[in-house]
Design a protein around this ligand. Structure first.
Ligand SMILES: *[C@@H]1O[C@H](CO)[C@@H](O)[C@H](O)[C@H]1NC(C)=O
Ligand SMILES: *[C@@H]1O[C@H](CO)[C@@H](O)[C@H](O)[C@H]1NC(C)=O
Ligand SMILES: *[C@@H]1O[C@H](CO)[C@@H](O)[C@H](O)[C@H]1NC(C)=O
Ligand SMILES: *[C@@H]1O[C@H](CO)[C@@H](O)[C@H](O)[C@H]1NC(C)=O
Ligand SMILES: *[C@@H]1O[C@H](CO)[C@@H](O)[C@H](O)[C@H]1NC(C)=O
Ligand SMILES: CC(=O)N[C@H]1CO[C@H](CO)[C@@H](O)[C@@H]1O
Length: 793
């Protein structure tokens, strides 16, 4: 009970603070999160679950007038994640509860707003090509079919999608020919608007939705904007679900007769369990788009654990880092991992700036985004006979004529502030100077699709979107409304030079075509969030990169993809979208296949297999690059680009258990704050000793030894040899540097020593800078590789 008194004291201070502003609004009920002492037992029978809910109810009954009121005030009863509940309480009731025996914590829910990790441009329909993620990567081989066959296409594996719901009628979610639902499944198909309990099938085996947190923060769902059910209005949830587990669909889509592709998810027979926690908000709201609140997210994870999913795919997060304690995805995921569920999450779209990474917890798989080897090339011909390369998926053509080419900055209303000039923002262009011309607009301010509309408004005939220096080579392929193409920063400079140096600059834009096997690919998307991890600089994140640029997948059949920003009447069943939201489900699909092939592997073993076998070169054989054209660092790509086939046979894995994560929370000093009932031992491992498949060390000015353990999952008798490429200014060694295994399942410990080259670093003035290297254990075709990032301070 010592804990209780300490906590009440902490809580009380918080409470006073809350009470003052609330005093004036009489008895207004708000959502509070109440956490109780003690963990849930591991028993998960109906009786226990019922008891948990009754216990939550009885707490409420003790502060409410009657049974009826207590029942109706319970918002969520958490049964598999935290031991607690969310309830509508007055401040007085909250205070009373906080003083009760067994209550550790009562807090007014500060709705934290998560959003889906797609880029802000809403993209639209491909020109060609298949969306099979395995097929599109030229460096992947036909052997991937063997992988799918070995995994039985994921038929026994259930993936929980926490997202904006699903469009159940999409052919991608057909259950034709599928076997009955796995008998262990405990989920439900929740009745709601336009999606009732008879609409689940053998593919979509469950559907639930979570709206309480949203509605308490933003008011009731506007049923014009979203369906109050598992049905997806937004498109994001259908897109991610079909990337993971979409069935094969012959002719995926057609707009203007273009798209003729085969649509196929990564694990086409896996079962989908839909947890809709994200809701579309239209209009000019600050949280425009798809938003999700913390208590809804946590309940979705809580139910997914109870329902029996094997993998969770969460393409949701914050736009900047947030602590493990405040982050309900992280907290829920820790309990999911305890139940041996693999949780895959997106790194975020706040790149290319450093320290922007989201979902950094070491129990998550954190996925960055990179390109495919497919481009939609739409070049520009200049009247001086040069061609400038561009990209577009705009289904509008301008014909063969040349038209005058102008720069937006030269044809806009006078007196615009210089920081608003050249961007083709709303109502900035002068029709008398734009009519019948092609306009070059710059990226950086304003939405890309809207710029095209502004050119159209002013009577322009075509539009070129020029990257700024930050976007570099990362050119988006957008579905504009008038003939349009996008160009790199370098090409934008060429066009500007051409206009300035030519008396009568003319150009024509050629229609877009799909080009496969483009090189180099993959390369990092500029929007992909970057490390270093500032929540804990001892854990290197992201973990991996996977395709997240111009991904074609299922859409809602009702909604124009750009509807969030302006009227778009175009409606498609398949849509092109970019973001770490799209790369995350690729890795979730790989995790499904690995889980099917290796049912006994832990979540950490599956992550390790994916990380240590990841590719660090592109299809030219050179190091994978970022948007600047330079080699990408582990802060952009983690261990590299996922490679599911090699991951099925990694040789060795770095395993970690729930207990290891608990000890990690002890080292970090957050165990209590996470309200985990666990008495930390007197001594616990260093943070950097968590058995992670990568290494990050900060503040290393002399030498450090790091412990790791590998488990043999390859051949029985085998000998692995150590090799390393040390980060500049440091050296890496291992003791021992040969690992001899005698049987499968055998574990071996080793120590990595990283030593700084003092003198050199001191003379440089870059103490904060990280240096990168790697080490590997090699045996035959097994190369078990780990990136290393080290900084001096
Ligand atoms: C559930 O389904 C029934 C029958 O379709 C319908 O009448 C009812 O309104 C639905 N309930 C909700 C909450 O949508
Ligand atoms: C559920 O929806 C389907 C399709 O809209 C409809 O045919 C069926 O009657 C509905 N069932 C119930 C119980 O409302
Ligand atoms: C543009 O510049 C003005 C004046 O310097 C400033 O007030 C405004 O915030 C700037 N806008 C942006 C988007 O940077
Ligand atoms: C045409 O103009 C572009 C842009 O100024 C320049 O890079 C290119 O060399 C020119 N081509 C010829 C053939 O002069
Ligand atoms: C080296 O690191 C130690 C421990 O972090 C610190 O006390 C010391 O000041 C550092 N030395 C330099 C030169 O930064
Ligand atoms: C007893 C305890 O540690 N309570 C913590 C529960 O979690 C919240 C944050 O969500 C902390 O603020 C409490 O201190």
């Amino acid at each position: 009970m010592a804990i209780k008194s300490i906590v009440s004291a902490t809580y009380f201070l918080l409470f006073l603070h809350l009470l003052l502003p609330l005093a004036s609004c009489i008895k207004r009920k708000q959502v509070y999160v109440v956490e109780l002492f003690g963990d849930h037992t591991s028993a998960r029978d109906d009786k226990t679950l019922h008891e948990i809910e009754n216990a939550h109810h009885s707490y409420l009954l003790s502060v409410k007038e009657n049974e009826e009121e207590a029942r109706s005030s319970l918002v969520y009863s958490y049964k598999h994640t935290i031991n607690g509940f969310a309830a509508l309480l007055t401040p007085e009731e909250a205070h009373k509860l906080s003083e009760m025996e067994g209550v550790v914590f009562v807090d007014k829910n500060q709705p934290r707003i998560y959003s889906s990790h797609t880029t802000r441009s809403w993209k639209f329909v491909g020109l060609d090509g298949s969306l099979n993620p395995w097929e599109e990567e030229s460096y992947q081989t036909k052997e991937d079919d063997d992988l799918l066959a070995r995994a039985q296409y994921g038929k026994d594996i259930i993936v929980g999608m926490i997202d904006s719901g699903v469009w159940p009628e999409s052919k991608s979610f057909s259950d034709e020919g599928m076997e009955p639902v796995p008998t262990k499944w405990k989920g439900v198909c929740q009745n709601g608007t336009a999606f009732n309990s008879s609409q689940c099938n053998r593919k979509i085996i469950g559907s639930r939705y979570y709206v309480e947190g949203y509605e308490s923060a933003f008011g009731g769902i506007n049923e014009e904007e979203d369906y109050k059910s598992g049905r997806d209005k937004d498109g994001h949830g259908s897109h991610t679900a079909s990337i993971v587990a979409g069935r094969e669909v012959g002719k995926a889509s057609a707009i203007g007769g273009f798209a003729k592709g085969r649509a196929l998810g990564g694990a086409p027979l896996a079962r989908l369990a839909i947890y809709k926690a994200c809701w579309a908000i239209k209009g000019q709201s600050k949280h425009q788009g798809n938003i999700c609140t913390n208590i809804d997210m946590l309940k979705a994870i809580d139910d997914a654990i109870g329902d029996g999913v094997h993998v969770l795919s969460i393409s949701i997060g914050f736009s900047s880092p947030i602590s493990y304690v405040d982050d309900f995805i992280s907290r829920g995921a820790l309990h999911a991992v305890r139940n041996n569920i693999v949780v895959v999450s997106s790194a975020g779209n706040s790149g290319p700036f450093p320290q922007t990474l989201s979902n950094p917890s070491p129990w998550l798989i954190t996925v960055a985004a990179s390109t495919l080897d497919r481009s939609f090339l739409a070049p520009i011909q200049l009247s001086n006979a040069s061609t400038i390369q561009g990209r577009s998926i705009t289904p509008r053509h301008m014909g063969n004529r040349f038209y005058p080419l102008v720069l937006a900055g030269d044809v806009e209303k006078p007196g615009l502030p210089s920081n608003n000039s050249g961007f083709c923002l709303d109502n900035t262009l002068l029709p008398n100077k734009v009519r019948g011309k092609i306009v070059l607009c710059l990226r950086g301010q304003g939405e890309r699709l809207k710029k095209g509309l502004e050119v159209q408004r002013a009577g322009g005939i075509g539009f070129i979107l020029g990257n700024n220096i930050l976007n570099g080579n990362d050119v988006p392929s957008d579905p504009h409304f008038i003939p349009a193409t996008g160009v790199s920063y370098e090409n934008a400079l060429k066009l500007i030079h051409y206009v300035h140096s030519t008396p009568n600059p003319m150009a024509r834009m050629l229609p877009g075509t799909t080009v496969l096997n483009t090189k180099p690919a993959p390369s990092m998307a500029s929007f992909s969030s970057r490390g270093p991890n500032i929540i804990d600089p001892n854990i290197l994140k992201p973990d991996l990169t996977a395709p997240g640029v111009d991904i074609l997948a299922a859409w809602t059949a009702e909604d124009g993809p750009t509807r969030m920003t302006f009227q778009d009447k175009r409606v498609v069943k398949y849509n092109i979208f970019s973001g770490t939201s799209m790369s995350c489900p690729h890795v979730a699909a790989a995790a499904i296949l690995l889980k099917a092939i290796h049912p006994t592997w832990s979540a950490a073993a599956i992550r390790s297999a994916l990380m240590t076998t990841a590719m660090t070169t592109d299809n030219t054989g050179h190091p994978l690059t970022d948007e600047t054209g330079n080699p990408a660092t582990p802060f952009a790509m983690g261990s590299g680009h996922f490679n599911p086939k090699r991951a099925a046979d990694p040789g060795l894995v770095y395993d970690a258990s729930y207990m290891d994560y608990l000890l990690y929370t002890c080292s970090l000093g957050v165990t209590q704050k996470l309200n985990i009932t666990y008495n930390c031992p007197k001594s616990f491992p260093e943070l950097f000793d968590l058995n992670y498949p990568s290494i990050q060390i900060h503040g290393l000015n002399y030498t450090r030894t790091i412990k790791r353990t590998v488990t043999n999952v390859g051949r029985g008798r085998s000998v692995y040899k150590f090799s390393a490429v040390s980060p500049k200014e440091y050296s890496i060694t291992a003791t021992p540097n040969i690992l001899k295994f005698y049987h499968v399942g055998q574990k071996m410990n080793f120590i990595i020593t990283v030593t700084a080259d003092w003198g050199q670093i001191q003379t440089k003035n870059d103490a904060d800078k990280y240096y990168f290297g790697w080490y590997a254990w090699t045996q035959g075709h097994h190369v078990v590789r780990s990136p290393v990032a080290v900084s001096f301070s």
